[in-house]
Design a binder for this molecule. Sequence first.
Ligand SMILES: *Cc1c(COP(=O)(O)O)cnc(C)c1O
Length: 410
Amino acid sequence: MLGITGARGATITDESGKEYIDAISSWYTCVYGHCNPYILEAVSSQMQVLDQVVFSGFTHEPAVRLSEALIEILPQNQGKLFFSDNGSTATEIEIKMALQYHFNRGERRNVLLAFEEGFHGDTFGAMSVSGLSVYNGPFEDLFLEVKRIPVPTKANLPAIREQLNELLHTHAIAGFIYEPLVQGAAGMKIHDAAGLNALLAILKAQGVVTIADEVMTGFGKTGSYFASDYLDEKPDIICLSKALTAGLMPMAVTTCTDKIFEAFYSDQIEKGFFHGHTYTANPLACSAALAGITLLRSDEMQANIQRIIRAHEEFDNRLSQHPMVKNTRQIGVIYAFDIAISMDRYGDLRDKLFGQFMERGIFLRPLGNTIYLLPPYVISDTQLEAVYSAVLEILDSYQTKAHISKEVSG
Ligand SMILES: *Cc1c(COP(=O)(O)O)cnc(C)c1O
Protein backbone atom coordinates (compact mmCIF):
# COMPACT_ATOMS: atom_id res chain seq x y z
CA MET A 1 0.00 0.00 0.00
CA LEU A 2 1.28 3.40 -0.94
CA GLY A 3 0.24 6.43 1.11
CA ILE A 4 -1.09 9.25 -1.05
CA THR A 5 -0.95 12.69 0.51
CA GLY A 6 -2.09 15.06 -2.20
CA ALA A 7 -3.49 15.51 -5.68
CA ARG A 8 -3.83 18.44 -8.06
CA GLY A 9 -4.65 18.61 -11.74
CA ALA A 10 -3.34 15.47 -13.39
CA THR A 11 -0.88 14.55 -10.62
CA ILE A 12 -1.01 12.70 -7.34
CA THR A 13 1.70 12.86 -4.68
CA ASP A 14 2.81 10.11 -2.32
CA GLU A 15 4.02 10.35 1.26
CA SER A 16 7.66 10.61 0.17
CA GLY A 17 6.81 13.59 -2.03
CA LYS A 18 7.13 11.68 -5.30
CA GLU A 19 4.66 12.78 -7.97
CA TYR A 20 2.79 10.56 -10.41
CA ILE A 21 0.76 11.46 -13.48
CA ASP A 22 -2.74 10.07 -12.97
CA ALA A 23 -3.16 8.56 -16.44
CA ILE A 24 -6.49 6.88 -15.59
CA SER A 25 -8.25 9.79 -13.84
CA SER A 26 -8.38 7.77 -10.60
CA TRP A 27 -10.74 5.21 -12.10
CA TYR A 28 -12.44 7.54 -14.54
CA THR A 29 -13.61 10.05 -11.94
CA CYS A 30 -11.60 13.29 -11.74
CA VAL A 31 -11.72 14.14 -15.45
CA TYR A 32 -11.49 17.92 -14.86
CA GLY A 33 -8.39 17.41 -12.73
CA HIS A 34 -7.89 16.70 -9.04
CA CYS A 35 -8.86 19.52 -6.67
CA ASN A 36 -10.17 21.59 -9.55
CA PRO A 37 -10.54 25.10 -8.06
CA TYR A 38 -13.90 25.70 -9.78
CA ILE A 39 -15.37 22.51 -8.30
CA LEU A 40 -13.86 23.19 -4.87
CA GLU A 41 -15.32 26.70 -4.86
CA ALA A 42 -18.80 25.46 -5.81
CA VAL A 43 -18.77 22.81 -3.09
CA SER A 44 -17.35 25.05 -0.39
CA SER A 45 -20.00 27.72 -0.99
CA GLN A 46 -22.72 25.07 -0.94
CA MET A 47 -21.25 23.75 2.31
CA GLN A 48 -21.87 27.10 4.02
CA VAL A 49 -25.58 26.98 3.17
CA LEU A 50 -26.94 23.44 3.22
CA ASP A 51 -24.79 20.42 4.01
CA GLN A 52 -27.20 17.48 4.09
CA VAL A 53 -30.90 16.96 4.47
CA VAL A 54 -33.32 14.07 4.08
CA PHE A 55 -34.35 13.67 0.43
CA SER A 56 -37.67 12.12 1.26
CA GLY A 57 -40.53 14.60 1.27
CA PHE A 58 -37.90 17.34 0.80
CA THR A 59 -36.02 18.65 -2.16
CA HIS A 60 -33.36 21.34 -2.61
CA GLU A 61 -31.92 23.69 -5.17
CA PRO A 62 -28.67 21.80 -5.94
CA ALA A 63 -30.68 18.65 -6.79
CA VAL A 64 -33.20 20.56 -8.91
CA ARG A 65 -30.51 22.49 -10.78
CA LEU A 66 -28.45 19.34 -11.32
CA SER A 67 -31.50 17.50 -12.67
CA GLU A 68 -32.17 20.30 -15.14
CA ALA A 69 -28.51 20.39 -16.21
CA LEU A 70 -28.41 16.62 -16.73
CA ILE A 71 -31.63 16.57 -18.74
CA GLU A 72 -30.08 19.17 -21.06
CA ILE A 73 -27.06 17.04 -21.93
CA LEU A 74 -28.54 13.52 -21.74
CA PRO A 75 -30.05 11.81 -24.81
CA GLN A 76 -33.35 13.56 -25.45
CA ASN A 77 -35.57 10.64 -24.51
CA GLN A 78 -34.45 10.79 -20.86
CA GLY A 79 -37.01 12.60 -18.73
CA LYS A 80 -36.71 11.59 -15.08
CA LEU A 81 -33.89 11.02 -12.58
CA PHE A 82 -33.36 8.91 -9.48
CA PHE A 83 -30.51 9.74 -7.12
CA SER A 84 -28.27 7.33 -5.22
CA ASP A 85 -24.71 6.88 -4.03
CA ASN A 86 -22.44 4.92 -6.36
CA GLY A 87 -22.27 3.00 -9.62
CA SER A 88 -23.23 -0.36 -8.14
CA THR A 89 -26.27 1.16 -6.50
CA ALA A 90 -27.26 2.84 -9.76
CA THR A 91 -27.20 -0.68 -11.23
CA GLU A 92 -29.34 -2.14 -8.43
CA ILE A 93 -31.87 0.62 -9.03
CA GLU A 94 -31.94 0.09 -12.78
CA ILE A 95 -32.51 -3.66 -12.27
CA LYS A 96 -35.33 -3.02 -9.81
CA MET A 97 -36.85 -0.46 -12.19
CA ALA A 98 -36.79 -2.89 -15.10
CA LEU A 99 -38.35 -5.72 -13.07
CA GLN A 100 -41.00 -3.54 -11.44
CA TYR A 101 -41.83 -1.80 -14.72
CA HIS A 102 -43.18 -5.11 -16.06
CA PHE A 103 -44.69 -6.09 -12.70
CA ASN A 104 -46.63 -2.81 -12.50
CA ARG A 105 -47.98 -3.45 -15.99
CA GLY A 106 -49.24 -6.84 -14.91
CA GLU A 107 -46.51 -8.94 -16.50
CA ARG A 108 -44.01 -11.21 -14.79
CA ARG A 109 -40.60 -10.91 -16.39
CA ASN A 110 -37.81 -12.08 -14.13
CA VAL A 111 -34.85 -12.77 -16.40
CA LEU A 112 -32.16 -10.23 -17.26
CA LEU A 113 -29.90 -10.10 -20.26
CA ALA A 114 -26.31 -8.82 -20.29
CA PHE A 115 -23.05 -8.97 -22.22
CA GLU A 116 -20.67 -11.80 -21.41
CA GLU A 117 -17.76 -9.71 -20.11
CA GLY A 118 -19.66 -6.77 -18.70
CA PHE A 119 -18.91 -5.10 -15.40
CA HIS A 120 -21.65 -3.34 -13.47
CA GLY A 121 -20.46 -3.28 -9.86
CA ASP A 122 -20.03 -5.33 -6.71
CA THR A 123 -23.43 -5.49 -5.03
CA PHE A 124 -25.62 -8.56 -5.58
CA GLY A 125 -27.70 -7.43 -8.54
CA ALA A 126 -24.65 -5.80 -10.10
CA MET A 127 -22.53 -8.94 -9.60
CA SER A 128 -25.34 -11.00 -11.15
CA VAL A 129 -25.43 -8.99 -14.36
CA SER A 130 -21.64 -8.67 -14.59
CA GLY A 131 -19.76 -11.32 -16.55
CA LEU A 132 -18.70 -14.27 -14.44
CA SER A 133 -15.63 -13.34 -12.44
CA VAL A 134 -13.27 -15.31 -10.23
CA TYR A 135 -14.13 -12.88 -7.42
CA ASN A 136 -17.82 -13.75 -7.50
CA GLY A 137 -17.51 -17.53 -7.14
CA PRO A 138 -18.82 -17.81 -3.56
CA PHE A 139 -22.02 -15.98 -4.48
CA GLU A 140 -22.91 -17.35 -7.91
CA ASP A 141 -25.57 -19.74 -6.57
CA LEU A 142 -27.45 -16.77 -5.18
CA PHE A 143 -27.47 -14.58 -8.27
CA LEU A 144 -30.48 -13.29 -10.21
CA GLU A 145 -31.27 -15.20 -13.38
CA VAL A 146 -29.19 -13.67 -16.14
CA LYS A 147 -28.66 -14.75 -19.73
CA ARG A 148 -25.52 -13.59 -21.48
CA ILE A 149 -24.71 -12.75 -25.07
CA PRO A 150 -21.34 -11.86 -26.62
CA VAL A 151 -20.67 -8.27 -27.68
CA PRO A 152 -21.51 -7.70 -31.35
CA THR A 153 -18.92 -7.78 -34.11
CA LYS A 154 -19.63 -7.64 -37.83
CA ALA A 155 -18.92 -11.38 -37.98
CA ASN A 156 -21.01 -12.69 -35.09
CA LEU A 157 -24.13 -10.50 -35.46
CA PRO A 158 -26.22 -13.08 -37.33
CA ALA A 159 -25.41 -15.68 -34.66
CA ILE A 160 -26.32 -13.29 -31.82
CA ARG A 161 -29.60 -12.42 -33.54
CA GLU A 162 -30.45 -16.10 -33.62
CA GLN A 163 -29.45 -16.55 -30.00
CA LEU A 164 -31.60 -13.55 -29.03
CA ASN A 165 -34.67 -14.80 -30.87
CA GLU A 166 -34.29 -18.11 -29.08
CA LEU A 167 -33.86 -16.43 -25.67
CA LEU A 168 -36.83 -14.13 -26.24
CA HIS A 169 -38.97 -17.16 -27.04
CA THR A 170 -37.94 -19.23 -24.06
CA HIS A 171 -37.46 -16.64 -21.31
CA ALA A 172 -39.39 -13.69 -19.92
CA ILE A 173 -36.67 -11.10 -20.35
CA ALA A 174 -37.24 -7.92 -18.37
CA GLY A 175 -34.20 -5.85 -19.23
CA PHE A 176 -30.92 -5.76 -21.12
CA ILE A 177 -27.97 -4.14 -19.34
CA TYR A 178 -24.94 -3.08 -21.34
CA GLU A 179 -21.89 -0.86 -21.26
CA PRO A 180 -22.38 1.07 -24.50
CA LEU A 181 -19.52 0.76 -27.04
CA VAL A 182 -16.72 0.21 -24.56
CA GLN A 183 -16.46 -2.30 -21.72
CA GLY A 184 -14.19 -0.82 -19.09
CA ALA A 185 -13.25 -3.57 -16.64
CA ALA A 186 -13.17 -6.18 -19.42
CA GLY A 187 -10.06 -4.35 -20.67
CA MET A 188 -11.40 -1.31 -22.54
CA LYS A 189 -12.88 -3.56 -25.20
CA ILE A 190 -14.69 -1.64 -27.92
CA HIS A 191 -17.58 -3.13 -29.85
CA ASP A 192 -19.53 -2.40 -32.99
CA ALA A 193 -22.07 0.46 -32.79
CA ALA A 194 -24.12 -0.80 -35.75
CA GLY A 195 -24.32 -4.25 -34.15
CA LEU A 196 -25.39 -2.83 -30.79
CA ASN A 197 -28.04 -0.72 -32.53
CA ALA A 198 -29.41 -3.82 -34.24
CA LEU A 199 -29.60 -5.73 -30.94
CA LEU A 200 -31.28 -2.83 -29.15
CA ALA A 201 -33.89 -2.56 -31.90
CA ILE A 202 -34.78 -6.27 -31.60
CA LEU A 203 -35.04 -6.05 -27.81
CA LYS A 204 -37.12 -2.87 -27.82
CA ALA A 205 -39.57 -4.43 -30.25
CA GLN A 206 -40.11 -7.18 -27.64
CA GLY A 207 -40.70 -4.68 -24.81
CA VAL A 208 -37.37 -5.41 -23.12
CA VAL A 209 -36.19 -2.43 -21.06
CA THR A 210 -32.80 -1.31 -22.42
CA ILE A 211 -30.33 -0.04 -19.85
CA ALA A 212 -27.08 1.73 -20.70
CA ASP A 213 -24.51 1.58 -17.91
CA GLU A 214 -22.64 4.82 -18.63
CA VAL A 215 -20.93 4.86 -15.22
CA MET A 216 -17.55 4.63 -16.98
CA THR A 217 -18.34 6.10 -20.41
CA GLY A 218 -20.31 9.18 -19.32
CA PHE A 219 -19.26 12.84 -19.30
CA GLY A 220 -17.11 13.21 -22.37
CA LYS A 221 -14.81 10.21 -22.28
CA THR A 222 -15.92 8.87 -25.64
CA GLY A 223 -15.63 12.33 -27.20
CA SER A 224 -19.36 12.97 -26.86
CA TYR A 225 -21.18 13.64 -23.58
CA PHE A 226 -22.40 10.03 -23.49
CA ALA A 227 -21.56 6.89 -25.47
CA SER A 228 -25.29 6.51 -26.21
CA ASP A 229 -25.00 9.67 -28.34
CA TYR A 230 -23.33 7.50 -31.01
CA LEU A 231 -26.28 5.10 -31.17
CA ASP A 232 -29.59 5.64 -32.95
CA GLU A 233 -31.38 3.40 -30.46
CA LYS A 234 -31.45 5.35 -27.20
CA PRO A 235 -31.71 3.41 -23.94
CA ASP A 236 -34.80 3.44 -21.73
CA ILE A 237 -32.61 3.81 -18.64
CA ILE A 238 -29.10 5.23 -18.10
CA CYS A 239 -26.81 4.81 -15.06
CA LEU A 240 -24.35 7.55 -14.18
CA SER A 241 -21.67 7.84 -11.52
CA LYS A 242 -17.86 8.13 -11.43
CA ALA A 243 -17.16 11.41 -13.34
CA LEU A 244 -20.68 12.61 -12.50
CA THR A 245 -19.31 14.39 -9.43
CA ALA A 246 -15.96 15.33 -11.01
CA GLY A 247 -14.17 12.94 -8.66
CA LEU A 248 -15.00 14.95 -5.58
CA MET A 249 -17.46 12.68 -3.79
CA PRO A 250 -19.58 9.62 -4.41
CA MET A 251 -22.99 9.94 -6.01
CA ALA A 252 -24.97 8.24 -8.75
CA VAL A 253 -28.03 8.95 -10.84
CA THR A 254 -30.25 6.49 -12.69
CA THR A 255 -32.26 8.25 -15.39
CA CYS A 256 -35.24 6.99 -17.36
CA THR A 257 -37.74 7.90 -20.04
CA ASP A 258 -41.17 9.26 -19.24
CA LYS A 259 -42.60 5.95 -20.44
CA ILE A 260 -40.76 4.03 -17.71
CA PHE A 261 -41.72 6.66 -15.16
CA GLU A 262 -45.42 6.46 -16.10
CA ALA A 263 -45.52 2.79 -15.07
CA PHE A 264 -44.68 3.85 -11.50
CA TYR A 265 -46.79 6.99 -11.28
CA SER A 266 -49.96 5.92 -9.54
CA ASP A 267 -52.18 6.52 -6.52
CA GLN A 268 -51.63 2.89 -5.53
CA ILE A 269 -48.73 3.15 -3.12
CA GLU A 270 -47.30 -0.27 -4.00
CA LYS A 271 -46.74 0.84 -7.59
CA GLY A 272 -44.22 3.42 -6.43
CA PHE A 273 -40.49 2.87 -6.62
CA PHE A 274 -39.13 2.30 -3.14
CA HIS A 275 -35.42 2.73 -2.89
CA GLY A 276 -33.83 5.34 -0.70
CA HIS A 277 -30.35 5.78 0.69
CA THR A 278 -29.57 8.05 3.59
CA TYR A 279 -27.27 10.31 1.60
CA THR A 280 -29.44 10.36 -1.52
CA ALA A 281 -28.93 13.60 -3.48
CA ASN A 282 -26.50 15.01 -0.92
CA PRO A 283 -26.38 18.76 -1.67
CA LEU A 284 -22.56 18.90 -1.72
CA ALA A 285 -22.35 16.04 -4.22
CA CYS A 286 -25.04 17.74 -6.32
CA SER A 287 -23.12 21.01 -6.34
CA ALA A 288 -19.91 19.20 -7.39
CA ALA A 289 -21.81 17.50 -10.20
CA LEU A 290 -23.40 20.74 -11.34
CA ALA A 291 -20.03 22.51 -11.45
CA GLY A 292 -18.61 19.52 -13.32
CA ILE A 293 -21.28 19.80 -16.02
CA THR A 294 -20.54 23.52 -16.42
CA LEU A 295 -16.87 22.65 -16.96
CA LEU A 296 -17.69 19.80 -19.34
CA ARG A 297 -19.78 22.14 -21.51
CA SER A 298 -17.12 24.87 -21.59
CA ASP A 299 -15.21 25.53 -24.81
CA GLU A 300 -11.98 25.10 -22.90
CA MET A 301 -12.81 21.57 -21.70
CA GLN A 302 -14.18 20.54 -25.10
CA ALA A 303 -10.94 21.78 -26.69
CA ASN A 304 -8.98 19.73 -24.14
CA ILE A 305 -10.93 16.61 -25.05
CA GLN A 306 -10.24 17.17 -28.77
CA ARG A 307 -6.56 17.82 -28.04
CA ILE A 308 -6.24 14.47 -26.21
CA ILE A 309 -8.12 12.64 -28.96
CA ARG A 310 -5.67 13.97 -31.57
CA ALA A 311 -2.65 13.23 -29.38
CA HIS A 312 -3.82 9.63 -28.90
CA GLU A 313 -4.29 9.30 -32.67
CA GLU A 314 -0.73 10.44 -33.26
CA PHE A 315 0.54 8.16 -30.53
CA ASP A 316 -1.27 5.29 -32.18
CA ASN A 317 0.78 5.91 -35.34
CA ARG A 318 3.94 5.52 -33.28
CA LEU A 319 2.73 2.56 -31.28
CA SER A 320 0.66 0.31 -33.52
CA GLN A 321 3.70 -0.95 -35.47
CA HIS A 322 5.58 -1.88 -32.29
CA PRO A 323 6.30 -5.63 -32.25
CA MET A 324 5.17 -5.93 -28.63
CA VAL A 325 1.79 -4.31 -29.34
CA LYS A 326 -1.50 -5.67 -30.65
CA ASN A 327 -5.16 -4.59 -30.79
CA THR A 328 -4.64 -0.85 -30.39
CA ARG A 329 -8.01 0.83 -29.97
CA GLN A 330 -9.37 4.26 -29.21
CA ILE A 331 -12.67 5.91 -28.51
CA GLY A 332 -12.48 9.55 -27.42
CA VAL A 333 -9.86 10.04 -24.71
CA ILE A 334 -9.77 6.28 -24.02
CA TYR A 335 -6.78 4.58 -25.63
CA ALA A 336 -5.88 0.92 -25.06
CA PHE A 337 -3.69 -1.84 -26.45
CA ASP A 338 -2.63 -5.34 -25.52
CA ILE A 339 0.95 -6.41 -24.96
CA ALA A 340 1.84 -9.25 -27.30
CA ILE A 341 3.40 -11.66 -24.88
CA SER A 342 2.86 -15.39 -24.79
CA MET A 343 0.96 -16.80 -21.83
CA ASP A 344 3.88 -18.93 -20.63
CA ARG A 345 5.93 -15.76 -20.31
CA TYR A 346 3.04 -13.96 -18.71
CA GLY A 347 3.69 -14.67 -15.03
CA ASP A 348 3.04 -11.61 -12.92
CA LEU A 349 3.22 -9.30 -15.92
CA ARG A 350 0.49 -6.99 -14.68
CA ASP A 351 2.21 -6.29 -11.36
CA LYS A 352 5.58 -5.85 -13.06
CA LEU A 353 4.10 -3.33 -15.47
CA PHE A 354 2.38 -1.43 -12.70
CA GLY A 355 5.69 -1.17 -10.83
CA GLN A 356 7.61 -0.10 -13.93
CA PHE A 357 5.18 2.72 -14.64
CA MET A 358 5.12 3.87 -11.00
CA GLU A 359 8.93 3.99 -10.97
CA ARG A 360 8.71 6.39 -13.90
CA GLY A 361 6.12 8.53 -12.13
CA ILE A 362 3.13 7.30 -14.14
CA PHE A 363 0.04 5.91 -12.45
CA LEU A 364 -1.63 3.34 -14.72
CA ARG A 365 -3.49 0.17 -13.83
CA PRO A 366 -2.91 -2.51 -16.46
CA LEU A 367 -5.78 -5.01 -16.79
CA GLY A 368 -4.07 -8.32 -17.47
CA ASN A 369 -1.95 -7.65 -20.56
CA THR A 370 -4.05 -4.60 -21.51
CA ILE A 371 -2.70 -1.13 -20.91
CA TYR A 372 -5.19 1.70 -21.14
CA LEU A 373 -5.00 5.46 -20.82
CA LEU A 374 -7.88 7.63 -19.70
CA PRO A 375 -6.23 10.86 -18.63
CA PRO A 376 -7.94 13.81 -16.99
CA TYR A 377 -8.98 16.30 -19.70
CA VAL A 378 -6.69 18.91 -18.13
CA ILE A 379 -3.52 16.84 -18.58
CA SER A 380 -0.83 19.00 -20.23
CA ASP A 381 0.86 18.09 -23.52
CA THR A 382 4.12 17.59 -21.62
CA GLN A 383 2.47 15.23 -19.14
CA LEU A 384 0.79 13.33 -21.94
CA GLU A 385 4.10 12.96 -23.75
CA ALA A 386 5.68 11.69 -20.52
CA VAL A 387 3.01 8.97 -20.37
CA TYR A 388 3.51 8.01 -24.02
CA SER A 389 7.31 7.93 -23.64
CA ALA A 390 7.06 5.71 -20.58
CA VAL A 391 4.83 3.30 -22.52
CA LEU A 392 7.32 3.10 -25.40
CA GLU A 393 10.32 2.80 -23.10
CA ILE A 394 8.75 -0.04 -21.11
CA LEU A 395 7.64 -1.86 -24.27
CA ASP A 396 11.16 -1.60 -25.66
CA SER A 397 12.48 -3.15 -22.46
CA TYR A 398 10.25 -6.19 -23.08
CA GLN A 399 11.50 -6.61 -26.60
CA THR A 400 14.74 -8.33 -25.70
CA LYS A 401 13.90 -11.95 -24.97
CA ALA A 402 16.48 -12.30 -22.24
CA HIS A 403 14.95 -9.38 -20.49
CA ILE A 404 11.46 -10.82 -20.73
CA SER A 405 12.34 -14.04 -19.01
CA LYS A 406 14.33 -12.23 -16.36
CA GLU A 407 11.53 -9.74 -15.63
CA VAL A 408 8.60 -12.10 -15.75
CA SER A 409 9.98 -15.15 -14.06
CA GLY A 410 12.35 -13.34 -11.71
C1 LIG B 1 -17.14 1.37 -11.80
C2 LIG B 1 -18.31 0.86 -12.51
C3 LIG B 1 -19.47 0.45 -11.82
C4 LIG B 1 -19.54 0.41 -10.32
O1 LIG B 1 -19.44 1.69 -9.76
P1 LIG B 1 -19.01 1.83 -8.21
O2 LIG B 1 -19.21 3.28 -7.93
O3 LIG B 1 -17.59 1.40 -8.13
O4 LIG B 1 -19.92 0.97 -7.42
C5 LIG B 1 -20.56 0.05 -12.57
N1 LIG B 1 -20.52 0.03 -13.90
C6 LIG B 1 -19.43 0.42 -14.60
C7 LIG B 1 -19.46 0.39 -16.09
C8 LIG B 1 -18.28 0.83 -13.93
O5 LIG B 1 -17.20 1.20 -14.62
